[in-house]
Design a protein around this ligand. Structure first.
Ligand SMILES: [Zn+2]
Length: 215
């Protein structure tokens, strides 16, 4: 870790946390060979985030591009996609990383996905689990498959996304009693839907798209 801290300090001294123009000493980094003026010119252009992938290409999180560069410097990651923004230094130049991939697999504890109405909708892809039509969140309801009045619990295994008409039609009955078919039995999702939503939303940079397909 000490090495990483040193690299962070090195990077901060050169670029500043927010990116800036700073004089740098000549040194050979991993991008040696590209000579520029004696200043490190960084075009922040909104300070675009970098998507960090596990070595298996599983998306892990969004990090700052400064952190991504530090990790490249430490040879912890490789750049998979870049933005069209060139970072220049005395002895190296590199495109601002858009997607980086860890060289070594990081085993991580699966985050327990919070049970919420929003996450039920995300798990079900905003599709009514009875009529299979996709709706916006404000047109959807959460249906207790086994009604509460019959002992049905509020949880991943008993809650599904349903449109208003299907929910009303089903009423206080089980799907069997209402003669309605569920798309699939409800289960706790393995993937974190809120992470998928956060990373895969409309604001996700184009360069991330290939890596954000969620099953
Ligand atoms: Zn429906």
């Amino acid at each position: 870790m000490a090495r990483e801290c040193d690299a962070h300090r090195l990077w901060r001294d050169r670029v500043g946390e927010r990116g800036a123009v700073a004089p740098v000493a000549s040194s050979a980094g991993p991008f040696a060979g590209s000579i520029d003026a004696g200043y490190l010119l960084v075009n922040m252009s909104g300070g675009r985030p970098t998507l960090l992938l596990n070595s298996s290409y599983e998306p892990l999180k969004a990090i700052s591009w400064q952190r991504a560069i530090t990790m490249v410097w430490l040879e912890k990651v490789e750049i998979v996609r870049s933005y069209q923004t060139r970072l220049h230094a005395v002895s190296w130049a590199v495109d601002m990383p858009a997607v980086v991939r860890l060289r070594h697999f990081v085993k991580r504890h699966r985050m327990r996905i919070a049970f919420s109405r929003r996450n039920v909708f995300l798990r079900d892809g905003h599709r009514c689990q009875y009529c299979l039509v996709t709706f916006s969140a404000n047109e959807l309801t959460c249906d207790h498959v086994v009604p509460r009045s019959r002992g049905g619990k509020s949880g991943w295994d008993n809650m599904v996304t349903a449109c208003g008409p299907c929910n009303r039609k089903k009423g206080n009955r089980t799907p069997e009693q209402a003669r309605m078919t569920l798309a699939k039995p409800p289960r706790r999702p393995e993937m974190l839907p809120s992470l998928a939503a956060r990373l895969g939303g409309r604001l996700a940079p184009e360069a991330w798209r290939d890596f954000l397909t969620w099953k």
